[in-house]
Design a protein around this ligand. Structure first.
Ligand SMILES: [Zn+2]
Length: 191
């Protein structure tokens, strides 16, 4: 796979669910999220099959606490990359902040690695490699990018092993959250 080529992929919105009830995101939020994800996946070496944005507030209290700590997750056997709406990374990307857009792309790349069967350490390495590429190419501010990269690298010890709590950082799924997404973005590679 060529990690160094960044080309445009036609990203087609095939499905869009807007589920409104008290406390749920507005239709404007939904459209903003969709536009943002469509923009961000174009930064990736290849697009994900589907990205779904979920609201942690819709989860059961126990799962909600765990979901609030994560930006993204996957579920076993599914090709979907889930992003949490409250995530600082997504919120920054919604504001079109370059660092946040590229960090979000690297985060989606991490989840795509899991979908391809990578364990947590390997997914982290691929995420860091992509962010490093963005820094080298001057896509993000070098100082800010290196600072964020250092935080990512601190997830593992000097010997490369995962620090406590990293092994199952994403194993928090609640069906109610997954059934009522804020936005569903389908990406078609076109090749
Ligand atoms: Zn992971």
């Amino acid at each position: 796979m060529d990690h160094h080529r960044f080309s445009w992929y036609p990203c087609v919105v095939a499905t869009l669910l807007v589920l409104l009830w008290p406390g749920q995101a507005s239709a404007g939020d939904d459209a903003d999220c969709r536009r943002t994800v469509e923009r961000v996946v174009k930064l990736l070496p290849k697009p994900p099959i589907r990205v779904v944005i979920v609201d942690a507030n819709q989860a059961e209290p126990s799962a909600r606490r765990a979901l609030r700590r994560i930006d993204a997750f996957t579920t076993k056997g599914s090709p979907v990359v889930y992003l949490t709406h409250h995530s600082d990374v997504l919120q920054g990307a919604l504001k079109e902040w370059a660092l946040h857009e590229h960090v979000l792309a690297a985060t989606i790349w991490h989840e795509m690695a899991h979908i391809e069967g990578a364990d947590e350490a390997e997914a982290q390495r691929r995420e860091e490699a992509l962010l490093t590429d963005y820094i080298i190419r001057g896509r993000v501010d070098r100082v800010e990018g290196m600072r964020y990269l250092a935080i990512l690298r601190s997830r593992r010890g000097k010997d490369g092993t995962l620090k406590h709590g990293q092994e199952n950082a994403e194993e928090t799924v609640n069906s109610r959250v997954l059934e009522h997404p804020i936005a569903v973005i389908e990406c078609i590679t076109g090749r």
